[in-house]
Design a protein around this ligand. Structure first.
Ligand code: ATP
Ligand code: MG
Length: 363
């Protein structure tokens, strides 16, 4: 019998429903690993859990301890929950933990698959009988979230404050995220990349983005392309999602579009994501798209599917696509059986969905 490949994972549940969905995801991932025992591609997880987040901040004044990032460096991946709590300002909690990890580990590609699951009602009526899936690739290191600008500029109107918020676009940053998108498109049934900008109104960065897109696409003649303005793309998500395969967009545009996409698939609680360091110099981070959901936290109502799907992305990253497919199949079996949390119209608890997912893995 072969010794299982063991992956060292840092679990950072952080706040609110993050705690519930990370516990659920760990249980499902461990069950999958258990089921791989004895097979040629047997694998196991070696978890270490960290207490960082808003509770930690209230006790210590820090979102993460001083040596925390250094410790994370040695893990194969980070399995994250959600950060944020009403008692701590968002810019402290988000920048103090999640964005710090993304930046420190140069996780410049954010992958957010969108799909319609069997048994889940979408606000898009036509999705009921269609299996749609597309992926939003979000530039995760620069763009509108580069943090450039400031307040108290003197400008129009004496005595009234002026703030400037700039976006940063580099040729290197645009090119690497586009190549990532094109390479991904080549692995999919539909080889198409849609690039999203607002280059009719933002004439510097977004025009550079368009220029680089045109240049990079010449290296991928086998991949169909389109450039769509973000307002038109928002409409297309709703009206023509079947025409999408890979959508690549800047930090802000992709952030908004992927929330729209996950809402269209039925609930924010279903959406998975990966923050990748594609060069693999540092650990990548896998997390559900949703936030800490203080309105439902601690009540056993959280949908664990976004977190479990993020586990599937982690398995893809580890080069275990068949295991990832088993996990995705278990998600479909569970939703098709109508075992759903409240956000997707059911009455099952987090624990009941988790148990159904584990049962589906062994059926
Ligand atoms: P953030 O600023 O961290 O993105 P947010 O304020 O945008 O957070 P969420 O915390 O993601 O929002 O919650 C948005 C809505 O989605 C809430 O009504 C919440 O209850 C719901 N929601 C989020 N995650 C889940 C989940 N896993 N299961 C069920 N409902 C969820
Ligand atoms: Mg949000």
């Amino acid at each position: 019998m072969s010794t299982p490949r063991t992956f060292r994972i840092a679990a950072v549940p952080a706040d609110g429903v993050g705690k519930e969905v990370v516990a659920a995801g760990r249980a499902v991932l461990d069950a999958l690993a258990e089921g791989s025992r004895g097979s040629a591609d047997a694998f196991a997880f070696d978890w270490e859990e960290f207490p960082w987040g808003c509770g930690y901040y209230e006790r210590t004044g820090e979102m993460i301890d001083a040596g925390g990032l250094e410790r994370l460096k040695d893990f194969d991946a980070i399995y994250f929950g959600a950060v944020g709590w009403p008692t701590v300002p968002d810019h402290i909690s988000l920048w103090g933990l999640r964005l710090k990890i993304c930046q420190t580990f140069d996780q410049w590609a954010n992958v957010r698959p969108m799909q319609f699951l069997p048994g889940v009602q979408s606000p898009l009526r036509k999705a009921d009988d269609t299996h749609l899936d597309w992926v939003v690739i979000r530039e995760n290191s620069e763009g509108e979230y580069a943090g450039l600008g400031g307040r108290n500029f003197s400008g129009r109107g004496q005595g009234s404050e002026v703030a400037v918020q700039s976006a940063l676009f580099t040729e290197v940053g645009c090119e690497r995220i586009m190549r990532f998108a094109f390479d991904l498109a080549r692995t999919r049934d539909r080889r198409k990349v849609s690039s999203v900008t607002k280059s009719n109104a933002q004439q510097y960065g977004m025009v550079l983005w368009d220029d680089v897109f045109k240049r990079v696409s010449a290296d991928y003649p086998d991949v169909e392309t389109e450039s769509v303005l973000v307002d038109a793309m928002s409409a297309k998500f709703v009206l023509q999602p079947e025409d999408l395969s890979v959508v690549v967009a800047s930090n802000l545009n992709a952030d908004i579009l992927s929330d729209l996409g996950s809402a269209l698939s039925g609930s924010l609680g279903l959406a998975a994501s990966a923050n990748l360091n594609p060069e693999r110099r540092f650990p990548s981070m896998f997390e559900p798209v949703h936030g800490s959901a203080p309105d439902i936290a601690g009540q056993g109502l959280a949908n664990p599917i976004g977190a479990v799907g993020s586990g599937a992305l982690m398995l893809d990253h580890f080069g275990l696509p068949e295991q990832a497919a088993r996990l995705r199949k278990a998600i479909e079996t569970t939703t098709a059986a109508g075992i759903l949390t409240r956000d997707v119209g059911g009455s099952a608890s987090t624990e009941e969905v988790t148990k159904a997912l584990i049962d589906a893995l062994s059926s």
